[in-house]
Write a protein that binds this ligand. Structure first.
Ligand code: BT5
Length: 242
């Protein structure tokens, strides 16, 4: 089948040519008690973004979900998402483009979104029971198959890529970062296209506009606004012109 990548990864791999959503499939595996499994699909028929949004997932992409059981308090789950953004940026970069991370976890090339991440989890306050981090990379897909002009694909940027190598880099980098969590935020900062920029973040408490100055564990964005410094934990971030 098209998606038999033949990966040698530090995780067990489950391949699908077509699946509703790899996150949904990974959640099913979680309820069966599995861990350290990666669900990979060539195509998703019901790919999901954050906040019930749709994620276009045509054949030729990299649509995958990692099921983990990290020993972390639930409040620290964003750290895993930040690690996924770093690993994704590294993987996308290995294909020969220059990605940057837009807070919290979009990977952009030339200002356009090439990858998005959706993390879901279950647990009590003091510990995560399971965590599913879903990563979508527009790999060998036609940019016309993507929903808006702010999206792009590796194929459009640099021609067809070898998906096996991209996923391999991603999973190895992810395993490294989770082994040595002190590296996650420094690596994120080094790849960020958000820090030092003027941003407008659409948060549940309204818009926060100002200069993005830093991130703080486990993944909050610090924004210097006209009314002082704000610490933003959730929201959609837009980069503004300087
Ligand atoms: C995300 O949501 O960026 C998270 C996307 C996670 C997708 C992966 S694929 C594997 C796993 N299984 C799933 O079912 N999901 C995960 P968000 O920030 O809400 O962005 C969604 C918005 O991006 C949509 O409302 C569209 O405007 C746009 N969009 C949809 N599909 C896109 C694509 N393929 N590339 C770029 N932008 C897209």
């Amino acid at each position: 089948p098209a998606i038999e990548f033949g990966l040698e990864a530090p995780y067990e791999i489950e391949y699908h040519n077509s699946v509703g959503s790899t996150n949904q499939r990974a959640r099913e595996l979680a309820t069966e008690g599995a861990e350290n499994v990666v669900v990979v699909a060539d195509e998703q028929t019901g790919g999901r973004g954050r906040l019930e949004r749709e994620w276009a997932s045509p054949s030729g992409g990299i649509w995958l979900s990692l099921l983990l059981r990290p020993t972390l308090p639930t409040t620290h789950a964003p750290l895993v998402t930040m690690a996924a953004a770093v690993a994704t940026a590294e993987a996308v970069g290995s294909a020969g483009v220059e990605p940057t991370i837009k807070w919290p976890n979009d990977v952009l090339v030339d200002g356009k979104k090439v990858s998005g991440i959706l993390t879901e989890m279950e647990g009590e306050a003091d510990s995560i029971s399971w965590l599913v981090v879903g990563i979508g990379i527009n790999a060998n897909v036609d940019a016309d198959a993507l929903p808006e002009d702010r999206a792009t694909s590796l194929q459009a940027l640099c021609g067809e890529v070898e998906r096996r190598a991209v996923v391999q880099t991603l999973l190895e980098s992810m395993a490294d970062l989770l082994d040595d969590r002190d590296k996650i935020l420094p690596e994120w900062r080094a790849r960020s296209g958000t820090l030092g920029r003027r941003v407008s973040v659409d948060t549940p408490d309204g818009p926060v506009v100002g200069e993005a100055v830093d991130i703080e564990s486990p993944g909050a964005l610090l924004v210097d606004t006209e009314n002082g410094r704000r610490r933003v934990t959730v929201g959609d971030c837009e980069h503004l012109r300087p």
